[in-house]
Design a protein around this ligand. Structure first.
Ligand code: KG4
Ligand code: ZN
Length: 355
C-alpha cells in the first residue's frame, strides 16, 4: 500500500494531497478563481506566482492533517504535463526537491491520467475495461481504459473543449468566470427546451460523420446569433434578456450531445460501463442525464465524486500510486511540457527524461 504525497499546479488551482492507494488521507486545494475572474480567464503569470505562494502551506497542511511524516512516504508525485509551463514548474520543482532531500522516488503524472483516476476515489468500478468521458476546461475525450496506463482514445472534440464552451458562452451571457458553475446557477430556473440549438457534428473526408467526435464551435456561433437577435428585441421591448432559458438550453444540448455519443461509443465497442470525469463532470444536468440514459440502455455508470471533478491533487496521487505499483518512477531530471497526448504518458517513466 504505497503512500504518496501528490502536488498539482497545472492551471489555476494549487493542490496537495496524501493518498494511500485510492484512499485520501488529506487533500487541500487553493483556488485562484476569484483573482482570474477579474480578467475573464486564467492569466499564466499570476497563476505561477500564486502557486509559489500557496503550495508550501498546502503541503504543510496535508502532512499535518494526515499525520503522515515525509519520512513515511513511498514517493512524491507532481503533475508535469499538459498545462501552463510556468505553473507546472512550481509543483514539479517542489516535488523533485522534496523527493531528492528525503531520498524518495519522484513520479511525474499526466494531468489527464489524474482525471481518469479521480473516479477511483468513489464507489468501486465494475470489473473489465470501461469507457471514460473526460470533460474539462482543456479536453473533451472518450477514452477506453483497459487497465491503469492502457488507454485508447475513441473520440475527441475538434475545436473547443466542453468546459471552454461553457466559459465562452458564460462570457457572452454576461455571467461570471469560470463559466460552468455560473451557467449551471443561471440555468436552474430556465426552460431547457425554449431554444433549439445545433448538436455539432464532425464530417469525415470520405463522407458521413465521426460518430464519437464533438464540435462546439457551431453551437457557440448559434448562441451568439440568438443572443444578438434577442438583445435587439429586448432593446425594442424593454424586456430583459432571457438569460436563464438561454443558459438552460445551452446546458441541455451540451449534456445531450456528450451523453448520446458516449453511450453509442460504449455500445459499439462492447463496453458495459461509462465513467464521467473532469471539471464539467461537476455539472448537475450532465450527471443526471448520464445516469438516466445509462439506466435506460442497461449500461453501468460511475461519476467522479463532486469534490474530485475539478482539479485536485488526490487524483494525481492515485495515478502515481498505480505507476509505483507497476514498478515505475520518473527520472529526477524530468521537466514539464505544455502538451503531451495521454497515449504518451508512459514516456514520463523512461530512464532518459522525455523533456
Ligand atoms: O478539470 P478542470 O478543473 O480543469 C482542467 O483540467 O481544465 O475543469 C475546469 C472546467 C472549466 O471550464 C469550468 O467552467 C468547468 O470545468 N466546470 C463546469 C462546472 N464546474 C466546472 N462546467 C459545467 N458545470 C459545472 N458545474
Ligand atoms: Zn484538469
Amino acid at each position: 500500500m504505497p503512500t504518496v504525497l501528490a502536488l498539482e499546479t497545472s492551471c489555476d488551482e494549487s493542490a496537495a494531497a496524501i493518498v494511500r492507494d485510492s484512499a485520501v488521507l488529506a487533500s487541500a486545494v487553493a483556488s485562484q478563481v476569484e483573482e482570474h475572474a477579474r480578467w475573464g480567464g486564467v492569466v499564466p503569470e499570476i497563476a505561477s506566482r500564486r502557486h509559489v505562494e500557496a503550495l508550501p502551506q498546502l503541503i504543510e497542511r496535508v502532512c499535518a492533517e494526515s499525520g503522515v511524516a515525509v519520512s513515511e512516504l513511498d514517493a512524491v508525485a507532481a503533475t508535469v504535463a499538459p498545462g501552463l509551463v510556468g505553473a507546472l514548474l512550481v509543483a514539479s520543482v517542489s516535488g523533485r526537491t522534496l523527493a531528492r532531500l528525503h531520498g524518495k522516488p519522484f513520479i511525474g503524472v499526466h494531468h489527464l491520467e489524474g482525471h481518469l483516476c479521480s473516479v477511483q476515489l468513489g464507489d468501486p468500478l465494475p470489473p473489465g475495461p470501461y469507457l471514460v468521458l473526460l470533460v474539462s476546461g482543456g479536453h473533451t475525450e472518450l477514452v477506453k481504459v483497459e487497465a491503469p496506463g492502457r488507454y485508447e482514445r475513441l473520440g475527441r472534440s475538434h475545436d473547443d473543449a466542453a468546459g471552454e464552451a461553457f466559459d465562452k458562452v458564460a462570457r457572452l451571457l454576461g455571467l461570471g468566470y469560470p463559466g460552468g458553475p455560473a451557467i449551471q446557477a443561471a440555468a436552474e430556473e430556465g426552460d431547457p427546451r425554449r431554444f433549439a440549438l445545433p448538436k455539432g457534428r464532425v464530417s469525415r473526408p470520405e463522407g458521413g460523420f465521426h460518430p464519437y467526435d464533438f464540435s462546439f464551435s457551431g453551437l457557440k456561433t448559434a448562441m451568439l446569433r440568438q443572443v444578438r437577435a434577442l438583445a435587439a428585441e429586448a432593446e425594442a421591448s424593454g424586456d430583459p434578456l432571457p438569460v436563464a432559458d438561454l443558459a438552460a438550453s445551452f446546458e441541455q444540448v451540451v449534456a445531450e450531445v456528450l451523453v448520446e455519443r458516449s453511450c453509442r461509443c460504449a455500445d459499439d465497442h462492447g463496453l458495459g460501463t461509462l465513467v464521467l470525469v473532469g471539471g464539467v463532470a461537476a455539472n448537475k444536468r450532465l450527471r443526471a442525464l448520464l445516469e438516466q440514459r445509462c439506466n435506460a440502455s442497461g449500461l453501468q455508470w460511475r461519476v467522479a465524486p463532486l469534490a474530485y471533478c475539478t482539479d485536485n491533487a488526490a487524483m494525481i496521487g492515485v495515478a502515481a500510486a498505480h505507476r509505483l505499483a507497476m514498478g515505475l518512477t520518473s527520472p529526477m531530471e524530468l521537466g514539464v511540457a505544455a502538451r503531451l497526448p495521454l497515449g504518451d504518458a508512459a514516456r514520463l517513466y523512461e530512464t532518459a527524461p522525455a523533456f
